[in-house]
Ligand binder design. Structure first.
Ligand SMILES: [Zn+2]
Length: 80
């Protein structure tokens, strides 16, 4: 199982073959995991990946466990 590389900045284009774009807003992106990629925080497969370059983010009830990952310039939220 491939784990997302978040050692510097996360480059979504390296994983686009296995991530389906669900939503693309200004500064944020939501993708669904179609290739069984592993979460860089807990190592388990995640369902959706939210990427934000914004300074602040607000979420409703995620309804499931989630992990947070910080890269050089992004916040990643991975739901399981
Ligand atoms: Zn996780």
């Amino acid at each position: 199982m491939d784990q997302l590389d978040v050692s510097e900045s996360f480059d979504v284009h390296e994983y686009r073959h296995g991530l389906k774009l669900l939503k693309d807003d200004r500064g944020t992106m939501t993708l669904s995991n179609r290739q069984g990629f592993a979460c860089p925080a807990c190592g388990n497969e995640f369902e959706t990946l939210f990427i934000s370059e914004k300074r602040t983010n607000t979420f409703g009830d995620p309804g499931s466990p989630f992990c947070l990952v910080r890269t050089d310039d992004q916040l990643l939220v991975l739901t399981h």
